[in-house]
Write a new protein. Structure first.
Lengths: 450, 450, 450
């Protein structure tokens, strides 16, 4: 019991939801151990695992390629990294945890006194039992991360630092997968894949999108074309944008997803536009499924929505998370591990995205063919039996709302917004009323309501 | 003391208000005992009583007449209805209370065991001392309503059921009364008359509108034409609409009124438009007279505003009530009787509607003839004496507001909204300033501000 | 310590602010003792003191000149005024406090019994130790004001009243000072100068504007032309308006200032327009410097914004005060003295006005030259060092906001509003980004954003 805080309002069956949570979790667990970075084999290994689920394309962008104001960085590989004390004992070892090395560190092999070494070591004095996550993409330096409690045990003396890493010309790698819809209007779903062993902050997003893509691939072709991007943060989305600039005007909706597995939030940050269809659809999805959610206005700090929403593109792309980045204590530490994410939380995140896709796919604008007064629902068998329960009353209200607002100026999403009735009830009512011959499509010539 | 919660803010004299409350109550009491339904002699008897106050027209719509998606129903008459137990004692008797019969029941004369009989009996287990009100318009069946505490006394055994009722081709009846104004722009006021012995939920509305109509008839012709409709719920308003479709574009304002006599609310539900003049005028009337009021957005469930506001008509008609339907425990029970409604509550409801009519009648758009700086009010005797009290200060503020906003773009209603000053004070100030030659009518060629 | 409640958010140096507070206070103290009225030598003496700071022009408007609906009043002079009891002892004496005489009183020399005299005496029974401030501009009468506790000591008997005053044809006097900017678009700053010995309610405003004008004169020419008006309330602003009607369309922004020295508020009352640039700029200035401030909608009662915002002019002029007029117990009494105003409060008022001027002067609309994705700030040295503090993070966010919103449709003020970032941080970030070649002026041909 209590497996799902919103159990009463679920629109997916419990078995579907449980299956989704379990499978997304298993996939996240499979990619968690890999040491990813913005480039390198960790990225390719991750994409290879995802490829077992969906036939995604791996795109390689050569080092040095101009990506708007940026250039594709060098590849980074790392094999070994440790610090030994003067007794030859390893006091930090990359082999033990990916986070021990500052990500994208330069190679090094030096002996140095503790005082100098300390300048290369990052800890979290206020969370002494956690290893921080640090990167050094744009400087030629190196560093280690460790638990503050371990750091405090280090004694003065000479230490040996060894980092068998390499930065070299190669390529930046990202993954892309497309489900062709019956139209070429697109829904973009994007997750970052540049973080090593952080479960919520990148494994959960990749796993959820992969599961979703596999599931949608198995179904009938959707109305929209769905494009899934798995790319390193910032530079990866810039690479995709630079190679797809001519098709950006096909994107009607988009979500960046991350941190899908913790029990916080949900949190939605609106697109720069703020009133895009995706912003409205997410607001309704959260109202219907997770009214405890927080919706934030756009701000230019976060994940790849920063790039998608830069003024030169201004795409209708929002950010969907459970806990907002930077607000939970496990963020960017070794505590963002496989214990931190839970199948039931992944399941609700998946359900919310499915619901938004339902809105995007099923929104239409009905025209009432019997608009003068209410049509007599009783003789059409559309009213529930006398003394109906709360659910029956809700469904009857949905019928009345759809009839009242089907003046050809309100889409189903408009109706869900104005009525306070769930989108699913509005959609069901519209289907029944259309079936009874009371509604037709007001925009028969314009099937997409972008 | 404490006769009127808003005593300080009243704009009608106490004697006028007291008289209104007493007369409306007396009329409601007179029509309360009649067993109305959607058709039949109960409706005609009610209209005959109202005709003693105002010369309303009774309209008969033959059974079977097409009314948009509906047809005019058969007439219903009932003479006798009871259930006897196996000792021949009447355990329920329509002669005792109109609510004992399910309204519009088919005739019946049968002997049946308790088990079968129970399926035809409606009670309120959570309000065991009240008789519920139930109807069965659109099925060929019958039923009785009784106190749950009485129902629980019934013993197993054989019962005799007798209903001397009839459904037969005849007509649907409604009443209509028009006060011709100096223009043909209309204000529609509509009350339902299909409920038997329910005092708040239909007697109060009919009585209030009748009193109002009689009172307005005695005065000078208003600017608008006022149309009063007394009709059975749903089917009655559809009948009126179907016979008056060509004149609907004359309706500038409308109110459905019901439940005018309890001490709750007041409650106003906006028209479908939501920003119609009537919606704004009701908001100001309630702010000025009953700031404890609740204003709700339109929803397609309620009284005949459902029909007036269906998308094919979309008339500017709101719903005015004291307690909102369905929210008070007496609703649709035998407790909605003459003890439940009170003259003082009817008086405030009347006062609010009068106030809205004042707004509709007296709104205009002034143009300041001395718009550069404030005109010198002192030498025109428009400022109160030095050291004026609170009321004098309010009136002086009203003068300043009218002068400041009389740029030809603000009507008095606009000014009342923006200033927070009562409409009556704004109207009084405008009158004084016009008298002093400081204002003229900015829309002299367009007298109505629809 | 605690010298300034908003110390952390100050954008002026502490020494500048302290100097401003001290100098404004000293000037207010210098003009406090003068017995001003709507006309007469008190006005001229006050302007003469201000002229030692700024070369303002004194304008004389002859008595009887038509000023829209008004005429310029007679001059008033007063030399002596007292009441003696029957022992020849002065019980009230204008020489002791300017407020003892009702301002603009007619001359008088009479003996009268206490009963008649009492009709000419004003007191504050609820504030028995304070002398009220009263005026009698538009009637031919006279009066005295005194402490209620002193009034209660007066005994029956014959009193001698002597008022050596005069109303005579002369002129109405006001002061005007202009700082020419690089454009002729104007910012109007207006203070009233008609109140005798009231420190907050007129000395503080005159002193603050004079200090500001002197300071701005010493700097580089601003973009706007700044016009300072020191005029008697109502009639003085009407005089200025009537003589400057042809140039009113040059006024892009305006503030009436008064009550700048108490510790309340701050309070801003919007212009009649309500969404003028000045209204938005004041809202941001108060948000950034004094978030405890109250912002009120326009109402047509107050100071000279009543005239500037009359419908025939409708200028974008708001009212800036600390405590709102009429809301503090010292208002219009002898307690509005030099102890009531404090340098630190004057300093914050000055700082807020300077900030608004910064917004008006420095607002522009940037266009991002690298709008596709974020430009790489690191290689341009625009990002702070790793591990920056809170201030560094705020400045980095300001950079991101400016880049994101610099689509040619957002001015800096728009950005400050949308981002929640202070205008100064937005302006600083814009300057840095422009310096780095990332921004150009989107409205190069339209430098003013009126």
């Amino acid at each position: 019991m209590n497996a799902h805080p919103m159990a009463e309002r679920r629109f997916r069956s419990k078995s579907d939801t449980d299956a989704a949570g379990a499978k997304i979790y298993a996939l996240a667990a499979e990619i968690y151990p890999i040491c990813r970075s913005i480039t390198g084999d960790g990225v390719r290994q991750t994409l290879d695992i995802l490829k077992r689920q969906i036939p995604l394309e791996t795109v390689e962008v050569p080092t040095g390629t101009q990506l708007f104001d940026w250039t594709a960085p060098q590849e980074w590989s790392i094999r070994e990294a440790w610090i030994k004390n003067d007794q030859g004992i390893k006091v930090v070892d990359f082999a033990v945890h990916n986070l021990h090395i500052v990500n994208y560190s330069m190679p090094a092999h030096r002996f140095m006194e503790f005082e100098e070494l300390a300048g290369h070591i990052h800890t979290l004095p206020e969370q002494p039992d956690l290893i921080p996550y640090r990167t050094i993409y744009y400087a030629e330096n190196w560093g280690f991360c460790m638990r503050h409690q371990d750091f405090e045990q280090l004694k003065p003396g000479t230490y040996e630092v060894f980092i068998d890493a390499e930065r070299f010309p190669g390529s930046l790698t990202y993954g892309e997968y497309v489900i062709k819809g019956t139209t070429d209007r697109e829904f973009l779903l994007s997750a970052h894949l540049c973080h090593p062993s952080l479960a919520n902050d990148n494994c959960s997003g990749m796993a959820l999108l992969t599961y979703l893509a596999r599931q949608m691939t198995a179904g009938a072709p959707p109305r929209h074309t769905y494009r899934f991007i798995f790319a390193p943060g910032t530079i990866g989305s810039l690479a995709w944008l630079s190679r797809n600039e001519s098709r950006l005007d096909q994107i009607d909706h988009g979500l960046v997803v991350s941190c899908m597995g913790d029990g916080g939030g949900p949190t939605y940050k609106r697109s720069r536009n703020g009133k895009a269809f995706i912003d409205r659809a997410m607001a309704i999805a959260l109202r219907d499924l997770a009214p405890e959610a927080t919706i934030l206005d756009f701000s230019p700090y976060g994940y790849d929505e920063r790039q998608y929403c830069s003024p030169g593109f201004n795409l209708p792309v929002g950010l969907f998370q459970r806990s907002l980045f930077g607000t939970f204590p496990e963020y960017h530490t070794s505590a963002d591990n496989l214990d931190f994410i839970r199948p039931k939380h992944l399941a609700l995140s998946w359900e919310i995205i499915r619901y938004v896709i339902d809105i995007v796919e099923n929104d239409w604008t009905p025209l009432n063919l019997s608009p003068k007064g209410e049509p007599q629902l009783g003789r059409r068998g559309l009213y529930g039996a006398m003394g109906g329960d709360k659910r029956t009353a809700e469904q009857a209200m949905a019928l009345l709302w759809v009839l009242n607002l089907s003046d050809g100026k309100h889409s189903l999403l408009d109706m869900a917004e104005r009525s306070g009735t769930s989108f699913q009830d509005i959609a069901d009512a519209s289907r029944r009323l259309k079936g009874a011959g009371l509604l037709v499509d007001a925009r028969a010539l314009a099937p997409l309501d972008a």
